[in-house]
Design a protein around this ligand. Sequence first.
Ligand SMILES: [Zn+2]
Length: 415
Amino acid sequence: MDLKIGKLKNCQICNHHKLTKIISLGKITPCDSLIEKKRLNFKQKKYPLNLFKCQKCGLIQIDYVVDPKELFHINYPYRSGITKDLKNNLEKISSHVSKNIKFHKKKFVIDIGSNDGSILKGFKKMGYNVLGIEPTNISKIANKDGINTIQSFFSHNLSKKIKKKYGKASIITASNVFAHVNKLSDFLKGIHHLLDDDGVFVSESHYLGSIIEKFQFDSIYHEHLKYYSVKPLLELFSKHNFVFEKVEKIPNYGGSIRVYARKINHKYFTGSSVKKLLNDEIKKGYYDNKTYFNFAKKIEKFKKEFQNIIFKLKKQKKSIIGIGCPGRAMTLLEYCKLDNNKIDYIAEQKESLKIGLFTPGTKIPVKNEKLAFDSPPDYAVMLSWHYAKSIIKNLKKKNFKSKIIIPLPYIKLLK
Ligand SMILES: [Zn+2]
């Protein structure tokens, strides 16, 4: 289960060899490798992005591991704290966990992949001692904000050092991190080592169900090695002596699941919410091949329709920009072959670390959104469509003039 860099031949969780191909999205550039202007003419590395299904445990996964050091490079430009909906959801984890889960009085929480410390800020307000683990330079922002953060990837080895210095944690959280980890065995060993016997490990992962139901194929990218549903998750955790006390669906990133895992001992058992969701998944066909063959057909059909619309507008000399520059937009743009000849620029909030850079592969400049208000383009494609509702509300408030195209889950034009 500790994956090597490069092409995979076996299932990432159960190691079974029978993987069925769902779709190939072509060769795609890693989505957070934005380019500085002076490097625009350098060739960027692209890697195959293919989706597979394991015929044994049902895990939906990609078959290529890009070196994490390349994906989560120190200048990684993503900050969770600047997306308002997400920030609120992350801060709420603290109150939610302490309301729902019983554990003893020691208040020490560790967040893995803590980014700018959004989750830990919630816990800190509640009187917890907090520690973040974050491999990128975003950790410096967290430390500046008073959230004690170690700049590193998490590993079993690091867990030993942390335990020595700080002791065991009563809560460990990992939000939108788990699907990114290529050394899962080592990672879960580290969690088990560092977690108090009465403690809880709370992990949040983008949910396979919401990818299918809400047609979020753009969330397939190299950072996400797998797309979680309950069955393979249970298989993975039980191998590492964890049991699921509870699972719940949450709105983050357009639909995620939150799992409350406990160490297997006499006190904790698989909760009813876990069995219920598993039954639900089986009924909805999440373990049937047919579901994914239909999903693939839908993706190919979308590509044709979306290209037709953009190409036609471009022929009419319309100006088109993108709104929001999430990682997932890179899959959408590169798969649909929409580069800087089609999209003039992408507008981002002024706090974004991506402003001034160019999108990987498609080389579209990222600019301060102010420009889109000062000189409105004819059309704006909502690339952060999973937050469309709140973004459009904001744009309207600020009297945004351009026509808006929402690409997914189906193409919609707002006038
Ligand atoms: Zn498998």
